[in-house]
Design a protein around this ligand. Sequence first.
Ligand code: NAP
Length: 285
Amino acid sequence: MNPILIIGGTGNIGGQVVTQLTATGAPVRALVRNPGAAQLPSQVEVAPGDLTRPETLDACLAGIDTVFLVWTATAVAVAPAIEAIAKHASRIVFLSAPLKTPHPFFQQPNSSRTLAEAIERTIEASGLEWTHLRPGMFALNSRHFWGPQIRAGDLVQWPYLAAPTAPIDERDIAAVAVRTLTEGSEHAGMEYVITGPESLSHYEQIATIGDVMGRTLRIEEVSPDEARSGCMAGIPESAKDKLLDAWAAALGQPAFVSNTVGELTGKPTRTFRDWVTANTTVFRT
Ligand SMILES: NC(=O)c1ccc[n+]([C@@H]2O[C@H](COP(=O)([O-])OP(=O)(O)OC[C@H]3O[C@@H](n4cnc5c(N)ncnc54)[C@H](OP(=O)(O)O)[C@@H]3O)[C@@H](O)[C@H]2O)c1
């Protein structure tokens, strides 16, 4: 069996995909920008490469049929990179987002959405057999949202406390990815919306962290403007408006919930409480 190429294998989701794929015994190659810094399982073949440097991609793709793609690089690099992938591989599984789900939370215009749509169009026109994974809000975002305040004390301020999402555990996104990467053509042309199992408001998510940690947290709503310069100060500027717009749009109806994890893996989707329980170190001082 030819190795499966993971692009983004040092990141949140790609790292989980590498771990779970190697556990199945499948041969795995990881395209990495900095092999010296990549901490990957010893059986993973490390291929130095950079999506923004197309001349590095042929060597990474030699002998590859199937690619898992996480894209956080620049838009200008999309066309040459997909062209290089299509020259060698026959299948691609792309980590996208729920671009087509008719829920206001997923339908706000922003630059990430525009980029993901452009990548999907390029993939679909490339001749590759494709599968798009469409995870909603990652549970791991709570590390950045509330980790700093919970490590510093008991007061947690946040905007739109009533806004619901259905946070999805990165282990479940990876489990779906592994099925699509290893099971072959039955996933061709499929688009899998992957969410956590329940709609939870920000207030409920913060309270869950407090409960799991055995802490009594004081949860206070602040305005979007107060949040920008206060509790959201550590979040990149480019992400703040996208998040605030999506949360404002999400108010007033439950978050969209899918059962893709259950349907594809046969296992129950992990809850947000499961994620917090596995990640308590994030919230400890
Ligand atoms: N956060 C959410 O709630 C959410 C929800 C739905 C979809 N998404 C999508 O999920 C994706 C992010 O996934 P993630 O959290 O796993 O990302 P991440 O942890 O930031 O990892 C990004 C990976 O891409 C690699 N990479 C970056 N630039 C590269 C380049 N030029 N060439 C080769 N590799 C490169 C990084 O490698 P290095 O180690 O070299 O940096 C790293 O392995 C985004 O596309 C986002 O739109 C996010």
